[in-house]
Design a binder for this molecule. Structure first.
Ligand code: SF4
Length: 1021
């Protein structure tokens, strides 16, 4: 076993393997080695440090720059010292192109490759079973899906990484009885031809593209370039004298070959990594360079400079159960603190999220831990995204999550900008107009959309009703009218964006895109939102990232596509089914990271919560490879025996992923899972870790959602103590709670100051609502006041919906039947003429209501004809306005104001009040006798408030909504009944005057529009 000094000693020659667990300083040692060699006079350009990802390369480059600066390092270096392996392979290909005078290579991103694959698959779908690719019938329905394209790309990548070309794959497919591999091989040939054609065209035609390679093909192509150009290989071997490779466990076989090829010429090669953290097996990664049993010297690091002892113990314990006997499984923790590992079970996903939120808030508030030093690691981010980030944000925790899955065109703002470009080229249609007006530019929500629909229909001159989408197109393309101010701003914004894009439709599509974006006003709006913090700022950040990614794609598209067009750009963006890679923010925001276990690689935090260790989720033992059985293919290529269980290697991968996740923590780890037999069961890892936990003796009963340490929850708890009934809490505790509340109130915490509590503010006035003159009442409101004075008050003062279609329809019908003498045909004609002006939200409802109202008019005409032998018409819409004097001094006079639908005279010369109802459900006969509205009109007649007589002959309710018309009669008022109704009317007037308004629970509470603020209702009912 060699010491770590061997690595940094400039005199060391040959190959060295550097193995160590999480935080043991492998990367630091590689950086030190590079700096030491350069300081010792080695030419900086002969040092090459290879990293697994662009993100880790950026970090390592910064560390090396610092180290070189401290050594007074070189001022100018032409070749990058730190690169990813793919970036190095790309550089080799560029060099090869320079040597041969050929065109420079071009890298196809995964999303771009997906786009090309989807195009070819769409062709296969069109060609059907007679196409060039013999896809098995069972796979044909999946060919058009984005998921299938991604799986196919993965399969082709695995083949490229192992140097398996189309014919070889076809042979393997036939040998193993796998028609899907045979078809994939045929597809691979087709794909290769397309790429070659693009490359060939690039050499001859100026408008064509340059050669393009996928990431998986880069390394193979570089090896091929070395094999075919010995001068190139010799040149690179002569240049790179010190080869340092970090995280070699993430290399696939081709990449490992490239390292070996380069290593053969280097004076020193150091391959660093941890085979116990090989977590990209599904992408073809193998730790072969670290585990090969050759004569290399091995340096094993066991002291973790990152993990506290408790964390290191957990890492070792989980790693010790990995199969085989690889080195690097034992690490010793360091640091002043012993560290902490805890395991918590929750009774539900909500309880788990609350538990995590509470832990994070306590760490921040009690231990002063910055948010940026905490992370929640989950196995599957899409799975966790539904609950966790939202619950944390609701608890006041700033959260940073990667952009959600899906292609760039799935983002609403990107979609709107693309539509603006398309509309500029092809015109606007209804669907696009709707998307624009309801997207981030128009910002019309579904409720406002109904209002906009009504407004556009009112402004529409055409005789036939038109769909909203058509009206919108008119409004947005300048053929519509001006619109009410409430919607004008939204329409103007969208029109401005469309206009800006149209102005530059024939130029570089980036210019049109930029103009559309500038006119949208979204940049200013979102930049402002980012300063507000919380969920809104996080969303604005993601929105800005999405648009930035769109401009990156546009740049890339224009750079590689001569004669680029707006339509081509839209297609290029739409065809990308993968999100743009997450960018490394220039300044890490102070927010808790919610990341997947794979995305957490290479990062570290003081507190790590590993959430959702559920059976079936982590370990996720579903065989990888999807419908194309890619993992099976990899097993075949790697010579894994057929009899081996497919679950076993997957389980090992999942354990390694847990080792890696645990190793991200510096001081504390919290493991959480839901334990609920009906929903979820903790995974085997939970039991394993529980035995190691510091509080392993803690109760194992799953916890309900704890009270999260948030300002709102704390204020609520303190208020509950302060306001608890006498004797319920000790006075000392009550005083203590009051003191704490006062502190919070002084600090400005909302809800802590009793002055803001419900019911604690003083009554603003005790004067009655109406304190002089008669109280005005309409007969139609009498029943409501009698039932519930509070409802009457609130509805009358803004509590009711200001606009109701039902009320408008009622008015239309009453207006039509008020014009006495019109025939049924005339009435229906008039109805149909005005029908289109009514603001219906849907055609089907409009049609139904029109049929119903036609039927009601017919019913009315029949009723009118049938009752002429009984009644003689006196008037319609008869106004009533007069004062009923109070029979008692302590009850107010009442001014009666209303309008009688029809006043009829019976055979005895008495006046009968007829009220026409459009409802479908008649009241009972008894209720009709007690009907307050009819009774009050009868009182008005009896009091001489109508000019045509003073002898009431009863009242009648005529229900037109019932087939056959229903009638309900009220008898003429007797002297006793008249006295009683007078009492009731004046009492109702007294109730309406206030100053107190009683909430009286009654049968109508269920559809009372103000019940949400009714003190008589139980909360939540
Ligand atoms: S819910 Fe019932 S008691 Fe409350 S205001 Fe409405 S009608 Fe009155």
């Amino acid at each position: 076993m060699a010491s770590s000094r061997l690595i940094t000693d400039p005199a060391t020659r040959g190959a060295v393997r550097l193995i160590g667990g999480p935080g043991t300083g492998k990367t630091t040692l590689l950086v030190d080695a590079a700096a030491a060699h350069i300081a010792a006079g080695v030419d900086p350009e002969s040092v090459l440090l290879l990293c697994p990802t662009a993100r880790s390369a950026v970090r390592t480059r910064r560390a090396l720059s610092t180290a070189l600066a401290s050594h007074g390092g070189p001022a100018v270096i032409r070749q990058p010292l730190v690169r990813t392996l793919h970036s190095y392979a790309f550089a080799v290909l560029r060099l090869a192109a320079q040597r041969t005078g050929g065109p420079q290579p071009r890298l196809v991103t995964g999303t771009e490759q997906d786009g090309i694959i989807r195009e070819l698959l769409a062709g296969d779908v069109e060609d059907g079973p007679n196409g060039a690719v013999a896809w098995p019938e069972s796979l044909r329905p999946a060919l058009a899906t984005a998921g299938f394209a991604t799986q196919l790309r993965d399969l082709l990548a695995r083949c490229a990484e192992r140097g398996v070309d189309g014919p070889a794959l076809e042979r393997i497919g036939r040998l193993n009885g796998r028609p899907e591999w045979v078809a994939a091989a045929q597809f691979a040939r087709q794909y290769e031809h397309v790429m070659l054609l693009r490359a060939a065209a690039g050499r001859t035609a100026p408008q064509a593209t340059v050669p393009a390679l996928g990431a998986a093909e880069l390394v193979g192509a570089a090896l091929e370039a070395f094999a075919t150009d010995p001068g190139l290989l010799a040149g690179e071997r002569g240049r790179v004298r010190v080869l340092l490779v970090d995280d070699a466990q993430h290399l696939d076989p081709q990449a490992a070959r490239l390292v070996r090829v380069m290593s053969a010429g280097a004076a020193l090669t150091v391959v660093a990594g941890d085979p116990n953290q090989t977590v990209f097996g599904f992408r073809g990664a193998e730790p072969a360079l670290l585990t090969c049993d050759d004569s290399d010297r091995v340096v094993t690091l066991t002291k973790s400079h990152r993990c506290a002892p408790a964390v290191a113990r957990a890492v070792c314990a989980v790693a010790s159960r990995l199969p085989g006997r690889t080195t690097g499984r034992v690490i010793d923790g360091t640091g002043e603190e012993p560290g902490f590992l805890a395991v918590r079970l929750a009774s539900s996903a909500h309880a788990e999220a609350a538990l995590i939120a509470d832990e994070l808030r306590r760490a921040h508030l009690v231990d002063n831990m910055p948010w940026a030093q905490m992370a929640v690691i989950v196995r599957s981010l899409p799975h966790a995204a539904a609950v966790l980030p939202r619950a944390l944000a609701a608890a006041g925790i700033p959260v940073r999550t990667p952009a959600p899955g899906g292609g760039p065109a799935d983002h609403p703002a990107v979609r709107s900008l693309l539509i603006a470009l398309t509309a500029a080229a092809e015109g606007l249609n209804g669907e696009k107009a709707l998307t624009l007006i309801t997207g981030p530019i128009g910002r019309i929500d579904p409720v406002s959309l109904r209002g906009l629909r009504r407004s556009l229909r009112r402004g529409n001159d055409s005789e036939k009703p038109r769909e909203l989408a058509d009206l919108l197109v008119d409004a947005l393309t300048g053929e519509g009218r001006t619109h009410p101010t409430v919607y004008a701003a939204a329409l103007c914004r969208v029109r401005a964006v469309l206009g800006a894009a149209a102005q530059l439709a024939d130029e570089d599509p980036r210019h049109a895109l930029w103009q559309a974006w500038s006119r949208s006003g979204l940049q200013r709006r979102w930049l402002h939102a980012t300063t507000r913090g919380g969920i809104i700022a996080a969303q604005a950040d993601r929105d800005l990232d999405a648009v930035t990614a769109l401009f990156d794609i546009a740049d890339d598209y224009v750079a590689h596509t001569p004669r680029a067009t707006a339509r081509g750009l839209v297609e290029a963006v739409t065809n990308r089914s993968l999100p743009s890679p997450d960018r490394e923010p220039p300044i890490e925001p102070d927010a808790v990271a919610v990341v997947s276990a794979h995305a957490a690689l290479g990062r570290e935090w003081d507190l790590v919560v590993i959430a959702g260790l559920q059976e079936g989720l982590w370990p996720n033992t579903v065989p990888r490879g999807g419908v194309l059985a890619t993992q099976k293919l990899v097993d075949v290529l790697d010579g894994v025996a057929d009899a081996a269980s497919p679950r076993a290697p997957v389980l090992v991968d999942e354990r390694r992923l847990l080792v890696s996740a645990l190793g991200r923590a510096r001081r504390r780890v919290l493991i959480t899972a839901v334990d609920n037999d009906d929903v979820a069961v903790p995974s085997v890892f939970v039991d394993e870790l529980r035995r190691l936990a510091e509080d392993s003796g803690a109760p194992t009963v799953p916890a309900d959602a704890p009270r999260v340490l948030t300002p709102a929850a704390l204020v609520g708890r303190l208020r509950a103590v302060v306001c608890s009934p006498d004797g319920a809490v000790a006075e000392g505790i009550r005083r203590c709670a009051a003191t704490q509340l006062a502190r919070l109130a002084a600090a400005g915490v909302p809800g802590a100051d009793p002055a803001s509590w419900y019911g604690m503010t003083a009554v603003s006035t005790d004067r009655p609502l109406l304190d002089h003159g008669p109280v005005t009442l309409s007969p139609s409101t009498l029943a409501m006041i009698a039932d519930c004075p509070l409802r009457w008050l609130l509805e009358r003062h803004g509590g009711a919906d200001g606009y109701e279609l039902r009320a408008a329809l009622g008015s239309v019908l009453h207006t039509l039947i008020a014009a006495d003498g019109n025939t049924e045909v005339q009435l229906i004609d008039q109805l149909e003429n005005i029908w289109n002006a009514l603001p219906f939200d849907s055609q089907w409802y409009s049609r139904n209501e029109l049929a119903r109202h036609r039927a009601m008019l017919s019913a009315f005409c029949r009723w009118r004809a049938q009752t002429r032998h009984e009644f003689t018409g006196v008037g319609t819409e008869v106004d009533v306005d007069g004062v009923l004097s109070s029979p008692h001094r302590d009850l107010p006079d009442v001014r009666v104001r209303g309008r009688i639908d029809r006043l009829e005279r019976d055979g005895s010369g008495r006046l009968v009040v007829v009220d026409v109802k459009t409802g479908k459900q008649p009241v009972s006969k008894d209720d009709a006798q007690r009907h307050a509205q009819l009774a009050m009109y009868q009182l008005a007649v009896a009091a001489g408030l109508v000019p045509t007589g003073a002898q009431p002959g009863g009242g009648r309710l005529v229900y037109l909504g019932k087939p056959g018309t229903a009638e309900r009669d009220q008898d003429a008022l007797t002297p006793d009944a008249e006295r009683e109704w007078r009492q009731a009317v004046h009492r109702a007037a007294a109730a309406a005057a206030g100053p107190e308004f009683l909430a009286r629970v009654n049968d109508g509470c269920g559809h009372c529009p103000v019940r949400s603020c009714c003190p008589a209702r139980e909360p939540g009912s």
